[in-house]
Design a protein around this ligand. Sequence first.
Ligand SMILES: [Cu+2]
Length: 115
Amino acid sequence: MTRLLAAALLLAPSWAAAHAFPDHSEPRVGHTVEASPPAVRIWFDGRIEPVFSKIRVEDTDRRQVDKGDSRVDPSDGTLLEVGLPALPSGRYRVFWSVVARDGHRTEGDFAFRVK
Ligand SMILES: [Cu+2]
C-alpha cells in the first residue's frame, strides 16, 4: 500500500495529496486470525468524515455479518471500525468507503480468514 501510494503521489501530487488511504488494519489484510476478532479496524493516513465513512463485512455468501455499528472513533479521526459477533471459521471480506476532509471518496476491500 505504501509503495502504491508513493507511486500515486509521484504521478499526480495535487490529485492524491489529500485523499484518504488505509495505513493498516486489524485483522491485517489477507491474514488468518486464530479467533473471531471483536471488530474490524482500519487506520487511514488522514482524517475521514464520520457521516460518509463506512465499513461492511460479508461472508462468502455475501451476507452482512458485522453488527452494523460502523463508526469513526470519536477520539481518533483516522480510525474507522465496525463490531463483529462471534464469527465461525471461514473467509470474510471487508468493504470500506471513506470521504477524506477534502471531500474526495476512496474505497476498497480486502479479505481475512478466521481459523
Ligand atoms: Cu482528494
